[in-house]
Write a protein that binds this ligand. Sequence first.
Ligand code: ATP
Ligand code: MG
Length: 368
Amino acid sequence: MAEKKIILTGDRPTGRLHLGHYVGSLMRRVEMQNSGLYDETYILIADDQALTDNADNPGKIRDNIINVMLDYLSVGIDPAKTTICVQSALPALHALTFYYLNLVTTSRLSRNPTVKAEIQMRGFAEEGLPAGFFTYPVSQAADITAFDATVVPVGEDQLPMIEQTREIVERFNRTYGETLVMPKALIPENETQRRLPGVDGKAKMSKSLGNCIYLSDSAKAVKKQVNGKMFTDPLHLRIEDPGHLEGNVVFAYLDALCRDEHFAEYLPDYANLDEMKAHYCKGGLGDGTCKKFLINILEERLKPIREAREKWAADIDTVYDILREGTQKAVEKTNATLARVRKAMRIDYFDSRVIVKEWEALLRQTNQ
Ligand code: ATP
Ligand code: MG
């Protein structure tokens, strides 16, 4: 039988989802979900993972479960095609994590560049590092393999996690026999979409850095973020001055989101982004015009998302049921994987009485 094609993605419910999630992963998830090319699609709300660095603030995680659900549904995740579930309600994931922890070394975990950066960012280097946070890439390996995922569409920051998962799969299968499915990361072709910078120009738009444009932000809030906070070019003081694109967030967002049609619609002075960039670099194009153009493009994307969100929010009981039912389905799926894993590891003592027969055979052997 040909291997099934299965997608798994997830997000930490540490806040509402933002434009970085959208261009880095959500957009792709919706496309893939609708492509008809995949046998099963799962989305995991990773609340356990979020607790690894929010142990003293579980309320924040709880508050965002429904928010993240609304974000999914409003960007076009279709519950008829995608199963959405909550991590903490899937006990198989905890058991798998525990077994996989034996297949990685602490030195391997300390080399994970994303975790290293996050440790710095969260101040854990000084305060002490929670063991759960240090090992979250292993729990992520449990998430991915529990669903037999073959493909994981993610932003660039997640590549080390998928690499770690692949190593665990390889080691598990070598040690216990072919059991786990080998997953592959899928990152956007567009370089800016892989890691969208924050409005403040910091390397990554991230809930934890507070530099986000949220998918649920009002038109007014988006405008305020772009006009008030968005980093451009500090050397571009007068319109006539030559502008620089390096580190210029307005142009980064245009790289990620704008298409030639947008020029005909909102900025007909140029045919495409290359022409606009050339003019900016030469001098004579003001940041205000660029920002206005970006606001139009953002609004075109975000308005339908905002409207869909309002509709779903008005029917919140249905949203809750979608999550409950999805989670039930995921319990079955992940339990099946755990049973396979336990069998491979020979710790499936109660699936049959075989262990008694084995013991009797051993006894006969020693008595001979
Ligand atoms: P936190 O700050 O709590 O870690 P986050 O904003 O980094 O939150 P996650 O839930 O960790 O969001 O990431 C979910 C998914 O979105 C991952 O696939 C990640 O690669 C992707 N993603 C997050 N931020 C960006 C970004 N700025 N650009 C591209 N992809 C992103
Ligand atoms: Mg993150």
